[in-house]
Design a protein around this ligand. Structure first.
Ligand code: UD1
Length: 436
């Protein structure tokens, strides 16, 4: 098993190039099979989740040609069935996008129920409600969602909850439905807008993405397109947070600064200097930072996917901070791991009360999920001494070249393979198997 071995204490300094947004890519990849013509997608991040999604698409007959590491030509003309049996797909949350894409194009889909990070109950009732309201029959049987329709008809759908996944899924199911669909209380996240822009580039008629009312006029079919995915808001935010936690100075490049405002506003509030240009944001932290209150909210609020990184940063800032998680009901599991590094954080329900400590100390810690895993790596980089982070396959789901990018910023982090090799590393670094 691979692990990160981290020697903490260096301020991270330098520039980092941000890749395409994982969550936009997952939706756009799924949507790319909604035409029989070839679609070219650029800026696809090379992470586990996008690779699993493409394997599942290939398993039903999609033809995918890798042009380069981040560019793919996808053709869905030879899709021979709509039943996804691919085992890997159960592990990713965004497997559900194949329901919307297949139902929208073929009026038929059978997809295993989504997995992904265990952040508490992750219902899909709003997805199902949306599909049914467009005229589909939807059942959950033997662990799969089975959706079928003779005809999909536009409808007026009021989402009971702001859901990124349900909004994207219903858009996909509705683009080729007969007539008009209105989605009220829609999610406004950048990747919802990116998916809508992509579908519009294929000939769809979607208006209002990025607001809470989305209007779709059904079109008979979609056509080829060339499209580049937006930069990853959360990857960029993670590096900005690493600058804050290690008292460093990091510039994230190839970003849309507007998407990062909700993150760097908080960093500025706790004492970081923030500089913004057309496609870059720089965060400079000199000295220990201050305290604040943060509540996660749907976009444009503070993203839940940045909550662990923010909590880790506040854990070594001065004073008492409060972080409230309002999107998921179990997103503080990593706090137990952080306690092993000397943090002083009390969790009551969905609120963390954080008393800042002077600094973390290195420890052996497990990554419990994708974003918390990245946050614990940041904690380890800021800590005094050595840490070993295990279960890093979660982190690899969503961060391309994580340790390499951190190394370029001056982080002392190495990817080490084989369990016993880490033990050898402890005894004698000369025996460790350092992968890169
Ligand atoms: C997406 C992101 C995830 C991010 C989350 C919130 C992807 C692949 N994942 O997840 O990284 O943390 O948005 O920004 O894009 N809910 C229901 N019923 C539903 C759907 C959702 O009750 O039918 C609830 C969820 O349990 C959760 C909340 O609504 O409490 C928000 O979930 P949602 O926005 O759907 O998140 P995901 O699309 O799963």
């Amino acid at each position: 098993m691979e692990k990160y071995v981290i020697e903490g204490g260096n301020p991270l300094v330098g520039e980092v190039e941000i890749g395409g947004a994982k969550n936009a890519a997952l939706a756009i990849l799924a949507a790319s099979i909604m035409t029989d013509e070839t679609v070219t997608i650029e800026n696809v991040p090379d992470v586990r989740d996008t690779n699993v999604m493409m394997q599942a698409m290939e398993s039903i007959g999609a033809n995918i040609i890798k042009v380069d590491r981040h560019t793919f030509k996808i053709n869905g003309a030879r899709i021979h069935n709509q039943v996804i049996l691919n085992e890997g797909i159960k592990k990713i949350r965004a497997s559900y996008y194949l329901i919307g894409a297949l139902l929208g194009k073929y009026k038929n889909a059978e997809v295993p129920l989504p997995g992904g990070c265990n952040l508490g109950t992750r219902a899909i009732d709003q997805h199902i409600k949306g599909f049914r309201s467009l005229g589909a029959t939807v059942n959950v049987r033997h662990g799969s969602v089975i959706a079928h329709a003779q005809n999909l008809k536009g409808s007026h759908i009021f989402m009971d909850k702001v859901s990124v996944g349900a909004t994207i899924n219903v858009i996909m199911a509705a683009v080729m439905a007969e007539g008009k669909t209105v989605i009220e209380n829609a999610a406004k996240e950048p990747h919802v807008v990116d998916l809508a822009n992509f579908l519009n580039s294929m000939g769809a008629n979607i208006k209002g993405a990025g607001t809470d009312v989305i209007r779709i006029s059904g079109v008979p079919k979609l056509h080829k397109s060339e499209y580049a995915i937006i930069p990853d808001q959360i990857e960029a935010g993670t590096y900005l947070m690493a600058a804050a936690a290690t008292q460093g100075d990091i510039t994230v490049r190839n970003v849309i600064p507007k998407h990062l405002e909700c993150i760097y506003a908080k960093l500025s509030e706790i004492g970081c200097r923030v500089e913004e240009s057309d496609d870059a944001v720089r965060v400079i932290a000199t000295g220990r930072l201050g305290n604040t209150q943060v509540k996660t909210l749907p976009y444009p609020g503070f993203p839940t996917d940045m909550q662990p990184q923010m909590t880790v940063t506040l854990g070594i800032s001065q004073g008492i901070s409060i972080v409230t998680e309002s999107i998921f009901d179990n997103r503080f599991k990593y706090v137990d791991e952080l306690a092993r590094m000397g943090s002083d954080i009390k969790v009551e329900g969905n609120t963390a009360i954080i008393t800042g400590v002077e600094r973390y100390t290195g420890a052996e810690i497990d990554a419990p999920d994708l974003r918390a895993g990245a946050a614990l790596v940041i904690a380890a980089l800021s800590a005094e001494g050595r840490s070993v982070v295990t279960d890093i396959q979660y982190i690899q789901r969503g961060y391309e070249d994580f340790h390499l990018k951190l190394q370029k910023l001056g982080g002392n982090i190495r990817l080490v393979d084989e369990p016993e090799e880490t033990d050898l590393f402890y005894r004698d670094p000369a025996f460790s198997v350092v992968v890169s």
